[in-house]
Design a protein around this ligand. Structure first.
Ligand code: NI
Length: 168
């Protein structure tokens, strides 16, 4: 089922998510819905709090359009190692109509459970490394705009306020 994606400044996006204790049918359904919602949007990643569920679950697919889809499901993901620097443009399904360059690590190692409850390790670089950092941030209630310089962040907030006023 395609779920509604919450958008900035919804306070639910600022809330920290709790670890998944048991990979139950409800969690499997959540993952199915998250993947469907991400592909429908379309986006390259989605974290559970973006659909209002505060559990540590993310889905990512950074495969190119002409490649077969390659869905990554990461439950209780943890970055165990990071190195290097990246400064790439990011967007977010929860922050529509806005993109900005964000400082990240260029390479990360992520450990998480898959849907079968098996611990998996990803050695990620480039877009996948950025996607992991971006989605894991969501589980902490952090949006990519929170990484902007104070001046750029202020400009973003003003732009968002103006867009919200124009909607009314
Ligand atoms: Ni996002």
């Amino acid at each position: 089922m395609i779920r509604e994606i919450l958008t900035y400044p919804n306070p639910a996006l600022k809330k920290k998510s709790a670890p998944v204790a048991v990979i139950s049918d409800a969690v499997r359904e959540l993952v199915r819905d998250m993947a469907e919602t991400m592909y429908d949007a379309p986006g390259v990643g989605l974290a559970a709090p973006q659909i209002g569920v505060h559990q540590r679950v993310i889905v990512i697919d950074v495969s190119a359009k002409d490649e077969p889809p390659e869905l990554i499901v990461a439950i209780n993901p943890v970055i165990t190692y990071s190195e290097g620097e990246a400064f790439e443009e990011e967007g977010c399904l929860s922050v529509p109509h806005y993109a900005a360059n964000v400082r990240r690590h260029a390479r990360v190692i992520v450990k998480a459970l898959d849907l079968e409850g098996v611990e998996r390790t990803w050695r990620a670089e480039d877009l996948l490394a950025i996607a992991f950092q971006h989605e894991i941030d969501h589980l902490e209630g952090i949006l990519f705009v929170d990484h902007l310089s104070p001046l750029k962040r202020e400009l973003f907030i003003r732009k968002a306020r103006k867009a919200a006023e124009e909607k009314q």
